[in-house]
Design a protein around this ligand. Structure first.
Ligand code: GLV
Ligand code: GLV
Length: 309
C-alpha cells in the first residue's frame, strides 16, 4: 500500500482505481490549490503525488517529501517541475500528453475566431444597449480564408491547430527552433503560440517580435503566459499595432483583476481552459492514475515526462 497525495478534487472517478489497488488517497480539499505550506504538509508522508500545473514541485518541496517516488502531473506542460531535483532523487514523473491535444487546438481556434470576428466587443455592444441597427461598417474583422497564420511550435497541439486552420482556408506556416521567427512574423495576419515554456521560449514574444508583426495582426496564446512580454503586449494593443490578442494563459495565473493588461483594448482573456472538455479531463485523470500506479509499482510510467528542451 502506498500513500498518494492529490492536490485538487478531480472530475470523474479515476482516483477510485488507486483506492481499488489498496492505496491510501488523500485529496487536498477546497476549491483552490494548496499553498506552498499546505503542499509541503500534503506530501510529507506521500509515496505518490498527483498535482496540477498550479503546484510548484521544486527542491524545497522534495526535501519535505522523503518517501516520494512518483509524480503524475495532471497536464501536458511540465514547466512547474524541477526535473533536476526529481532526477537527483530518482522520482519518476509523468504527464498527460495527446488526450488534450484536440481540446486545446479547439480552444486556440475558438480564440482565433473570436478575436478575428471581434466577438467580445460585439457581444458587449448588445448587452450595453448600443445595438442601434444593422451596421454596414461595424465590427469589421478578419476573414480566415487566405489569411496567414504563423504557428509557433510544431508539436502535437500546434499541428492540430494548423489542421483546423487549414480547414478554414488559412495559409499556415510553422515556426520551430532554428527558424527565423521575426521573418515569419513579418508575414503573419495571426500568430498562435504552441511552444512549451523553456529558458529558450520565455519572453519569445517580446517588444521586437511584436514589432515584427504587421500592423493589425492578432496574437493567440494557449501555451504559457511567460512566452509573452505582457507589458509589450499591452503597449502593442494600446497603440493599435496589434488588432487583438486572445489569451488562455497569462502571467501570473490567475491574472489579478487590476492587472494593467486588462486595461488594454481588444483583449480577450479566458482562465486557462485549453484542456477543459469533459472528455479530455477524464482521459487526463486516467493517464495520471496509470502513471502513478506504474511509478509506485516500480514500473516505467506509460506517459513519462521529460523536461522540454
Ligand atoms: C495545460 O496547460 C497543460 O499543460 O496541460
Ligand atoms: C504539446 O504537447 C504540443 O504538442 O504542442
Amino acid at each position: 500500500m502506498a500513500r498518494v497525495a492529490v492536490t485538487r478534487v478531480l472530475p470523474g472517478d479515476a482516483l477510485d482505481r488507486l483506492r481499488a489497488c489498496g492505496h491510501e488517497v488523500v485529496v487536498h480539499p477546497g476549491a483552490l490549490p494548496p499553498t506552498p505550506d499546505e503542499l509541503r504538509a500534503l506530501v510529507s508522508h506521500a509515496d505518490g503525488l498527483l498535482c496540477t500545473l498550479a503546484d510548484r514541485v521544486d527542491e524545497p518541496l522534495l526535501a519535505a517529501a522523503a518517501d516520494l517516488r512518483a509524480i503524475a502531473v495532471y497536464a501536458v506542460g511540465t514547466d512547474n517541475i524541477d526535473f533536476e531535483a526529481t532526477g537527483r532523487r530518482a522520482i519518476a514523473v509523468g504527464n498527460t500528453p495527446d488526450v488534450l491535444t484536440d481540446a486545446t487546438a479547439d480552444l486556440a481556434m475558438a480564440l482565433l475566431l473570436a478575436a478575428a470576428r471581434r466577438l467580445p466587443a460585439a457581444e458587449r455592444n448588445v448587452r450595453d444597449g448600443h445595438w442601434a441597427t444593422w451596421e454596414p461598417g461595424g465590427f469589421l474583422g478578419l476573414e480566415l480564408r487566405g489569411a496567414r497564420l504563423v504557428i509557433v511550435g510544431g508539436g502535437r497541439i500546434g499541428r492540430a491547430t494548423g489542421e483546423r486552420a487549414e480547414a478554414f482556408g488559412m495559409d499556415v506556416t510553422f515556426v520551430g527552433r532554428g527558424d527565423d521567427l521575426h521573418r515569419a512574423l513579418g508575414a503573419a495576419d495571426v500568430v498562435s503560440l504552441h511552444a512549451p515554456l523553456t529558458p529558450g521560449t520565455r519572453g519569445l514574444i517580446g517588444r521586437d517580435a511584436l514589432a515584427a508583426l504587421p500592423r493589425g495582426a492578432i496574437l493567440v496564446n494557449t501555451a504559457r503566459g511567460e512566452l509573452v512580454d505582457q507589458l509589450a503586449l499591452a503597449e502593442a494593443l494600446t497603440s493599435g499595432h496589434l488588432a487583438a490578442a486572445a489569451l488562455d494563459v497569462t502571467t501570473p495565473e490567475p491574472l489579478p483583476a487590476d492587472d494593467p493588461l486588462l486595461d488594454a483594448p481588444n483583449l480577450l482573456v479566458v482562465p486557462h481552459i485549453g484542456s477543459a472538455t469533459t472528455k479530455a479531463r477524464a482521459a487526463m485523470a486516467e493517464q495520471a492514475v496509470a502513471n502513478l500506479l506504474a511509478g509506485l509499482g516500480g514500473e516505467p510510467m506509460p506517459w513519462p515526462a521529460e523536461p522540454s528542451a
